[in-house]
Design a binder for this molecule. Structure first.
Ligand SMILES: Cc1cc2nc3c(=O)[nH]c(=O)nc-3n(C[C@H](O)[C@H](O)[C@H](O)COP(=O)(O)OP(=O)(O)OC[C@H]3O[C@@H](n4cnc5c(N)ncnc54)[C@H](O)[C@@H]3O)c2cc1C
Length: 315
């Protein structure tokens, strides 16, 4: 229900990442009088990353794996601005979204995710997921059978992705996984590492370990040991860094460009700016760059935005 109280605090949610979906859900369940919410989303739908491998394997439909932002914003009585923010001015309290006047805020929350660390023009980044899916579908439609796809990065996301692609392609294209470490998913227990190796073998996926990919030149993926392999394309799921406009905004950021935040989820340098998910770095206790952490941040983020808007102490 619309509150009749005048707007006293403008909260802008930048990016429709996992944490902000939960913030919107919570404000929908419990509106805050005097607060106006605005969501800036780059695409009209946001994917749920945990369902990406299932979507690639065609176990889920596009609709099942995506959240439509318009009804979600309506439910939370939030304004929806569809556009890509290119700059934040934390001291002026405005955000630049090309093609429209700057968006003002009293409180800002940033959940714009991250992008894989990769050389320029070396293939297809798997994040942002929406753009990745479009490019994957185009490659599938144009590449000849038996083309070789490289997946670069053998953390959990890379391992899941290459296995999902193997199931999707059914042998039509070849796959190779490039692992910087001696084993894929190096942080997992030995039994899990063995299981992944076995699954890769069973799926007919080639595995190259102990090297990083450094460039993609004329269909040759160049590896750090000086060798190269012929590939039609390379899909990158390497470590995550934040979009550069965050560090350029003057917010205190870590070397990967992620906003340094305190345990109350607000910026160390600009306390009226909050951040969550892959684009945030919790001081002294960095969280893995995983969707589950972004989802978990949603509830405390909603609570602290509410508290900040109503002048209460953050928890
Ligand atoms: C293949 C694969 C499988 C994965 N599987 C899992 C899994 O099973 N479990 C798990 O926990 N994690 C998984 N992950 C990791 C997960 O994708 C990320 O950790 C998660 O998406 C981070 O969530 P987020 O909210 O920080 O950002 P995101 O989910 O990336 O959302 C950011 C949003 O902000 C928008 N945005 C970005 N820039 C702008 C801008 N300038 N202006 C406006 N909007 C903008 C984007 O369009 C996007 O909607 C997987 C990743 C991959 C690649």
């Amino acid at each position: 229900m619309q509150s009749s109280r005048p707007i006293e605090t403008d909260i802008v949610l930048l990016g429709a990442g996992h944490a902000h979906v939960e913030v919107l859900r919570r404000f929908a369940m419990q509106p805050e009088p005097g607060v106006r919410l605005t969501l800036i989303g780059r695409e009209p739908e946001t994917p749920y990353s945990g369902m990406l491998p299932g979507l690639i394997r065609a176990e889920y439909t596009h609709e099942q794996a995506h959240i439509d932002l318009a009804p979600l914003a309506t439910m939370a009585n939030a304004r929806l601005i569809l556009g890509e923010a290119t700059a934040i001015h934390p001291n002026l309290r405005t955000i630049t979204v090309p093609g429209r006047p700057d968006v003002p805020f009293d409180l800002l929350s940033i959940d714009v995710g991250g992008v894989p660390v990769m050389p320029q023009d070396a293939g297809v980044p798997v994040k942002p997921i929406g753009r990745f899916l479009d490019r994957l579908y185009r490659l599938e439609a144009t590449l000849p059978p038996d083309s070789r796809f490289a997946v670069v990065g053998a953390g959990p996301a890379g391992a899941e992705l290459v296995l999902a692609l193997a199931a999707r392609f059914g042998g039509y294209f070849r796959l190779v996984l490039i692992s910087a470490t001696a084993d894929p998913i190096p942080a997992a227990p030995a039994a899990a590492r063995r299981a992944v190796r076995q699954a890769l073998t069973d799926a007919g996926i080639e595995l190259i370990c102990g090297v990083t990919a450094t460039a993609l030149n004329d269909g040759e993926l160049v590896l750090s040991d000086g060798s190269s392999i012929a590939v039609a394309t390379a899909l990158w799921t390497t470590g995550v860094e934040a979009p550069p406009f965050l560090a350029a905004s003057g917010l205190d950021c870590d070397p990967a460009g992620c906003v340094r935040i305190s345990p109350t989820l607000n910026s160390i340098s600009h306390p009226h700016v909050f951040a969550a998910g892959d684009c945030a770095a919790l001081e002294g206790n960095p969280r893995p760059k995983a969707g589950v952490w972004a989802v978990r941040a949603g509830a405390p983020l909603a609570e602290n935005l509410r508290r900040a808007a109503t002048g209460q102490r953050l928890t």
